[in-house]
Design a protein around this ligand. Structure first.
Ligand code: SAM
Length: 229
């Protein structure tokens, strides 16, 4: 049984498209896609040997050897340009996902859709997408086992108009999620606010005051004001 989180990622993969799942671990997502969503061909990419071996075993167990190619390598190095329609990257930090995309830019030619599920720092991905001409087409957010996950879906194209006003706010919070204001969204940012306020109190209690600390304090005050709004 696939986690809710990965089912939600799978829901953004259109039927019939070929997929590369990067950082696939057990290859659960490609297996589910081939079995449930008629994905004709998938690549499961893994940089680490343990998860790579787990992916190989899972694919054999599911009898999907003819449909899923398990490959060992760093990020997008495991795919050739034009080989897949969709790239999924789930369960890592937003910074790492952005780095994988950036280092593999040349492999993105011909890719029709990115489905990205950062565990933290989704704003770094939104920033990368905007700077690299990917249009943020949809977002999703869910809570599972006490954790809140965001999913970002992007297609090639310019998305400047999404960010024309209140750019920073939208990069941080997500333009669609902000409009929807769902329960997990509110919960996520309330908890972030509590954290920042705690940090701010620590700054205020700090005995020494210097330029750097003051700057940080101001940044936190700004952030708190923006998210509270
Ligand atoms: N995608 C699965 C999921 O969402 O459940 C697995 C997530 S797991 C926490 C992250 C996986 O990404 C690990 O198996 C790790 O080995 C792999 N990984 C980390 N950096 C990677 C990279 N640069 N290229 C490929 N795989 C990577």
């Amino acid at each position: 049984q696939l986690s809710d989180r990965l089912i939600r990622v799978a829901n953004f993969v259109p039927t019939g498209m070929t997929v590369a799942d990067i950082g696939s671990d057990h290859a659960y997502l490609p297996s589910y896609l081939c079995l449930q969503k008629h994905t004709p061909f998938a690549i499961a990419g893994e940089v680490n040997d343990g998860p790579y071996q787990s992916a190989l075993s899972q694919v054999v167990r599911a009898g999907l050897q003819s449909q899923i190619s398990v490959r060992k390598g760093n990020g997008l190095a495991v795919i050739s340009p034009g080989e897949v329609d969709v790239i999924t990257i789930a369960g890592m930090g937003g910074g790492l996902i952005a780095t994988i995309l950036d280092e593999g830019k040349l492999k993105l030619d011909g890719v029709k859709r990115l489905v990205l599920q950062p565990n933290v720092s989704a704003d770094l991905i939104r920033k990368w997408l905007r700077e690299n001409n990917w249009f943020l087409q949809a977002e999703d957010i869910l809570e599972e086992d006490g954790k809140i996950y965001e999913i970002l879906v992007a297609v090639p194209g310019d998305d400047l108009e999404l960010y024309l006003s209140e750019e920073e706010k939208k990069l941080l919070l997500g333009p669609y999620l902000l409009k929807e204001m769902s329960e997990p969204f509110q919960k996520k940012w309330k908890s972030e606010l509590e954290n920042w306020k705690r940090i701010l109190t620590q700054f205020e209690q700090a005995k020494e005051s210097n330029e750097k600390l003051n700057q940080k304090r101001l940044e936190f005050e700004e952030l708190i004001k923006m998210v509270e709004e």
